[in-house]
Design a protein around this ligand. Sequence first.
Ligand SMILES: [Zn+2]
Length: 257
Amino acid sequence: MWRNIRILALLLVLGAVALEQWLERTHTQSWRETLWVGIYPLNADGSRAAQSYVEALTREDFVPVETFFAREAHRYGVRIDDPVHVELYPQGSELPPELAPAPGPLAIAWWSLRLRWFAAHASTVPGRVPSRIRLFVLYHDPATLERAPDSHGLQKGLVGVVHAFATGAMTGANDIVIAHELLHTVGATDKYDLATGEPLNPIGYGDPGQQPLYPQAEAEIMAVRRALSPQESEMPHSLRGEVVGAATALEIRWTHP
Ligand SMILES: [Zn+2]
């Protein structure tokens, strides 16, 4: 009897989690209301450069992300004026849990649980409405770091960790990473070759029907880079060089099969 009650309780918890995730997914993919996205800036390395960059950030710095989502959503016939609103929250003091390099499935599951736990606390700011999607943006001093660690966006939990460079010259590139991880949280998948980093043909190309095919005029945001040839690509300077491709639009339900 007790065993049955325990099993029932477990099933109820699992059912509640599944229902919550289903509701989150339905809500964030309806595109009938503006999606509120919170940027939670952090000083990743404790450097002076990152600190002064974070202190100088304003909400207006993230308007290109809003503009990108509006432009691309309208291209697919989404009617809402502002599909995404980006809100800037005060700098946090605690860094999110780190994912070990080359993690196994169990390590990823454990990390994502810890990240969701972290996000629940770190995104609560007194006097501020919580955002539906929470992006923790970790700014690094480019002088001490050649390549930023991998960024992550999770649909389960609607949370992302973005590694960015604390320099004005990289603002456009930072916006690309922010938009990419934000799209992961609403259900988009990567469209580049995980081994080589090259965009996948055709789903990772800005316009797979372009004649001639190379160089692609624009990059697909979930592939990030613009194909110059089957083996070469480059990262655009800003979101002006990125588009949402047909496969991504279908995944995030801007279009329907
Ligand atoms: Zn990705």
